[in-house]
Design a protein around this ligand. Structure first.
Ligand SMILES: Cc1ncc(COP(=O)(O)O)c(C=O)c1O
Length: 379
């Protein structure tokens, strides 16, 4: 079933819809960006489970993709487009080309990091729960992982991570963190990095900034200056989140040449296709769209967070496009109940799977519908 804005009004009734859509609950989208007809459901199921983007790429990126769907796509083995993407990213951050590696998403970069720096059996340090690619890679390789529990406010415990880092091959630090959405300030990140570089200088630190474009300006800053200062620090980024390009698969890492080069040597970064590279080049430089996307997400997240809090559930303050809600019941129960209403919400995040569930933010139309369902299911 496809449910459009018009269909939504029909489904929940004119009175409720008028109240919601008039902005009393969630402000109406600015006219400039309002599509004529917004599709709420994606293939019959609302996907609030993978932190993708319901809004997709910005108009300039869409235009660039459309205008490159030509017979020229018959050529593309010689990777000019990858070189151009690499040099555009380098120029954007004022770096040299060899400070940049690109991949089919940031997933191969995370996997490559574990393979590059833990290959000789040195352990991985990771928060628990956090994004799990590094931990999964370590498991596949038979590498030991020291998993560090979050603190009582669901922040990554940086002191405990630094302690566990002694002698480690790799420390994986997701800032902002998935699934919690929490961030660490520039001062906290800097003192964490300097303390590991002092106590365990052979350990590499990967700071995953996949969600950085959703963060309010003052809450955190990129760790790129630390990556350029220390050989053993690098950062990863993704086009799958605020740039709305999860389906195009582009990510990148920035750091000193030998460090990012070691990651690329350790694991295949995949072949970025021409359309994805062209889209990423445009998306990276489209500041106006990123600002709009962040504002949309901020409003939708505030609306959804407030709805759960009104229902009496704790939600840790998120700086991403997902929230982590203490439902005081197994995520699997909530998941099953939401699925009956054709809504997918996040997977289990051990050891918190019996209390917390991660919910990705959809479009405002999707979240208006979803919140109604959440109220019914949790009511
Ligand atoms: C923190 C984090 N890093 C990396 C990724 C991988 O994203 P991609 O491979 O699409 O760049 C994700 C995906 O959800 C994520 O949440």
């Amino acid at each position: 079933m496809k449910l459009t804005r018009r269909g939504f009004v029909g489904t929940i009734g004119l009175g409720t819809a008028a109240g919601i859509l008039s902005g009393t609950v969630l402000p109406v989208r600015s006219a400039k960006a309002a599509p004529a007809e917004v599709e709420i459901f994606d293939g019959g199921i609302m996907q609030l489970n993978q932190n993708e983007s319901a809004r997709g790429p910005g108009p300039k990126t869409m235009q660039a993709i459309h205008s490159h769907v030509t017979k020229r796509l018959g050529r593309g083995y010689a990777p000019d487009h990858v070189r151009e993407l690499t040099s555009t990213i380098a120029g954007f951050y004022d770096l040299e080309n060899d400070n940049v590696i690109v991949g089919t998403g940031s997933t191969p970069i995370l996997e490559g990091a574990v393979r590059a720096f833990c290959a000789d059996g040195r352990h991985l340090v990771s928060a628990v729960p956090t994004y799990s690619t590094c931990a999964q890679t370590a498991r596949r390789m038979g590498v030991e992982m020291k998993g560090i529990d979050l603190d009582s406010e669901l922040n990554i415990d940086l002191d405990a991570m630094a302690d566990a880092a002694k002698g480690a091959g790799l420390v994986y630090f997701c800032n902002p963190n998935n699934p919690t959405g929490t961030v660490h300030s520039p001062a906290a990140v800097e003192s964490f990095v300097r303390s590991i570089m002092r106590e365990s200088p052979d350990t590499t630190i990967l700071i995953d900034e996949a969600y950085i474009d959703y963060v309010a300006d003052s809450a955190m800053k990129t760790a790129l200056p630390l990556a350029m200062e220390f050989e053993n620090v690098f950062i990863s980024r993704s086009f799958s989140k605020a740039h709305g390009m999860a389906g195009l698969r582009v990510g990148y890492a920035l750091g000193q040449a030998q460090t990012v080069g070691a990651v690329r040597t350790a694991w295949n970064m995949g072949d970025i296709n021409m359309l994805a590279a062209i889209a990423a080049i445009v998306a990276l430089q489209d500041k106006e769209h990123l600002i709009w996307e962040r504002q949309e997400n901020t409003e939708v997240r505030a609306f959804t967070t407030a709805a759960f809090r009104d229902l009496g559930f704790d939600v840790v303050e998120s700086h991403t496009n997902h929230i982590f809600v203490n439902l005081r019941r197994p995520a699997s129960e909530f998941r099953a109940a939401c699925l009956e209403h054709k809504i997918l919400v996040g997977r289990d995040f051990p050891p918190m799977e019996n209390t917390h569930c991660r919910i990705s933010m959809g479009s405002r139309e999707e979240m208006i519908t979803a919140v109604e369902v959440f109220r019914r299911v949790l009511g």
